[in-house]
Design a protein around this ligand. Structure first.
Ligand code: TYM
Length: 333
């Protein structure tokens, strides 16, 4: 069956190992399967839900494209574009915000986390952000959405919005109800400094994450300093239950080597973390360093990156503008 894949990444700089293992690695294998039609979007409209420096944003948009390409996404097979250049996204987001209910949005945990204690000062955009995400997905009749675990709730909201629109306007099946593609085991990579917190761009200390542009010595230094506990590596997955940092490092190893967590543990069972960390560093460097070199090379080819975006935008626009016309008709504009 032809799968229509859509996913987005914010161009907010510092794309990291969590983005790679939770999402981008999966984009690459979906891109490589000729049965799929993939669209990968640089979601710059989402990025401005918090304040951005315009010059840095422009560069970060290119850097996100460079990261897609360096990781192995082929622009001949997949559409790569930035959201702000296809106006149907903003328009559909408005219409869908009249379908989504306040009560649904009030339940979104990511807003609560990002807005923090001072909710009153958060932008309206940050609050309605998941509605824009629904617009992104629904405009392309997406069947599958590859994301990390943190986006699961937003996808459920997207499904609810699609269903309510179809019911309200009695247009059964107009919006396709998308399926999330979330990897079972490694869909939430945690901070290297705190195994209970997600690895993220916004963590103040850079030591919590491996950036995809990190140099070899930065990678080995961060792994050396990564928090662990004093016990050796166990022999069973269950024994990791109260050891979040140990579980995270072993999960990173497993995901990079395409092994299950169980097999990875068996390999190192009884060994101490200093020995394991050296091997993990080597594997990370083998995987991340070529991507990092390629990102830096591509960043010098601005025209090439802009051309990919321009062509991607044309293709995306031709699909999205057809869908938005139909939405106009249904709504009665
Ligand atoms: P963003 O830019 O925060 O993250 C991009 C992708 O990386 C995944 N991710 C992680 N996966 C595992 N462990 C982590 N620590 C980790 N951190 C990030 C995210 O789950 C995501 O898949 N709202 C989205 C972007 C978006 C989108 C969309 C996604 C906009 N429209 C439509 C899918 C479909 C976001 O802010 O992702």
């Amino acid at each position: 069956m032809l799968k229509k894949i859509f996913s987005g990444v914010q161009p907010t700089g510092n794309l990291h190992l969590g983005n790679y293992l939770g999402a981008i690695k999966n984009f690459v294998s979906l891109n490589n399967d000729n049965e799929n039609k993939c669209i990968f979007c640089v979601v710059d409209l989402h990025a401005v839900t918090v304040s951005q420096d315009p010059k840095i944003l422009k560069n970060n948009i290119r850097e996100t494209v460079a990261t897609f390409l360096a990781s192995g996404i082929d622009p001949k097979k997949s559409i790569i574009f930035n959201q702000s250049q296809v106006s149907a996204h903003s328009e559909a987001a408005w219409i869908l915000s009249c379908i989504a209910r306040m009560g649904w949005l009030n339940r979104m945990t990511q807003f609560k986390e990002k807005a923090g204690k001072d909710k009153e000062k958060a932008s309206v955009g940050l609050y309605s952000y998941p509605v824009l995400m629904a617009a992104d997905i629904l405009l392309y009749d997406t069947t599958h959405v590859p994301v990390g675990n943190d986006q699961k709730q937003h996808l459920e909201l997207c499904r609810d919005i699609a269903q309510k629109f179809n019911n309200d306007f009695k247009v059964n099946d107009f919006f396709k109800i998308p399926e999330p593609l979330i990897q079972k085991e490694f869909s939430r990579i945690m901070s290297l400094k705190d195994g209970l917190k997600k690895m993220s761009k916004s963590e103040l200390s850079d030591l919590g994450r491996i950036n995809l542009t990190d140099e070899k010595d930065q990678i080995s230094n961060k792994i050396k300093k990564a928090k662990t506990d004093s016990l050796p590596i166990p022999s069973k997955v269950e024994e990791l239950n109260n050891r979040p940092e140990a579980r995270n490092l072993l999960s990173i190893y497993a995901s990079l080597t395409n092994l299950s967590l169980e097999k990875s543990i068996q390999k190192f069972s009884g060994k101490n973390f200093s020995e394991f960390k050296e091997i993990l560093s080597q594997i990370l460097i083998e995987k991340i360093n070529p991507i990092s070199i390629e990102i830096k090379k591509l960043l010098n080819e601005k025209k090439y990156l802009d051309k990919i975006l321009l062509e991607g935008c044309k293709e995306a626009d031709s699909l999205a503008s057809k869908k938005i016309k139909k939405i106009h008709d249904i709504v009665g504009f």
